[in-house]
Design a protein around this ligand. Structure first.
Ligand code: H2U
Ligand code: ZN
Length: 345
């Protein structure tokens, strides 16, 4: 293992990350985060996501029992934005963007996060993401659907009731443009998807693997930026959630339960993160170069209260990390796969 400063190439985006493993012990007198509340009620009368409660704008949620989907009342993208007069100067480029945004509650329970749900309930969440993605992708002006979850106040989540979002839009967002270019280039050179070859090599090395079953592998990527960043990658070259078979959905649910349980067990708190799927563009083209995967980006670094800041050098130069991805994978592997709140149950 390399213990001196080095940079690593992100094969998926074409960007570099600086690794400084010798620096992990520097003292910290900076900001200390609040820990999330340990227990929440199963139902919160003031929560706008709980069943039977009122949302902004006066709509009342149904008395739902499984997942619950609604159009975001404060959508960042609209199906019919007005065509505003744009500048004609080549340095002042803008374009209208069409799209729509939905919110998905995982269950009626205000207190149950993904790792605390049982496997059938996680499968139901995946089935909902799949159905809503396909429904949005079927609209003729939609070319990309982003499924994501912001978890924890530290990641800007506005409500602890476990939920996720879908944003669908007419143009490809930046991260997808980068990953598409890299995967397409690799596929044209090798005739195989980049992520298929990547997972195969990681499974051979066994240095960064957290969990693997027949259909999915969870690992800390070689090029991870966030301290405990992980990816969950499909083994078969599936391009979108809709391509998954029933057994692949079960395998994905198991991988998600593993990753999120180990996250919570690391510091014995509800571990904050932003998570999302990268599905191939919904542009009507075949994308044999693309492999369905999810990224988990958690902000915490050394404890429940000390986070990694992406500031000076990261903002102005490039991302930098202190603990290596191998050490992070080791730590996540060493904690229990049984959630700390469910031990002894
Ligand atoms: P976040 O917690 O990740 O911000 O997601 C919550 C979303 O819920 C957010 O996008 C929406 C916000 O716009 N929302 C509604 O659609 N209706 C409400 O009554 C409150 C919040
Ligand atoms: Zn709630």
């Amino acid at each position: 293992m390399i213990n001196s400063p080095h940079r690593r190439f992100n094969a998926l985006t074409g960007e570099w990350v600086l690794n400084s493993p010798h620096r992990a012990k520097r003292p910290w007198l900076g900001q200390v985060e609040k820990t999330p509340p340990e227990s929440l009620p199963a139902y919160d009368p003031t929560c706008y996501l709980c069943p039977r409660n009122e949302r902004a704008g006066g709509v009342t949620n149904p008395d739902y029992s499984g997942t619950f989907v609604f159009n975001n009342d404060f959508a960042a993208l609209l199906p019919d934005p007005s065509e505003e007069a744009a500048s004609t100067h080549p340095l002042l480029v803008s374009a209208p963007e069409r799209g729509s945004c939905r919110v998905v509650c995982f269950s009626p329970r205000h207190d149950l996060t993904l790792p605390e749900l049982d496997l059938p309930a996680i499968e139901a969440v995946i089935a909902t993401w799949t159905r809503e993605s396909a429904d949005l992708a079927a609209q003729d002006f939609i070319r990309y659907v982003q499924v994501f979850e912001n978890k924890g106040a530290m990641m800007g989540c506005s409500n602890p009731h476990p939920h996720s979002q879908l944003w669908a839009q007419s143009q490809l967002p930046n991260e997808i443009v980068k990953e598409l270019a890299r995967q397409a280039e690799y596929y044209s050179q090798h005739g195989r998807p980049l992520l298929t070859d990547y997972v195969q090599e990681e499974l051979r090395l066994q240095e960064r693997i957290l969990f693997s079953n027949d259909h999915f592998t969870a690992l800390v990527p070689f090029w991870a930026v966030w301290p405990f960043e992980t990816m969950v990658i499909a083994h078969r070259a599936t391009q979108s959630l809709s391509d998954l078979s029933a057994s692949e959905v079960s395998a994905l649910a198991e991988a998600f339960k593993q990753v999120t349980t180990r996250y919570d067990n690391l510091f014995e708190i509800s571990f904050p993160y932003s998570m999302g799927f990268h599905q191939a563009p919904a542009d009507g083209e075949a994308h044999p170069e693309w492999v369905l995967h999810a990224h988990f980006y958690p902000p915490l670094l050394r404890s429940a209260t000390v986070r990694k800041f992406m500031v000076g050098y990261e903002m102005l130069a490039m991302p930098q990390r202190d603990i290596t991805p191998e050490v992070a994978a080791d730590r996540l592997r060493s904690v229990s796969a049984v959630h700390y709140k469910q031990r002894g149950m």
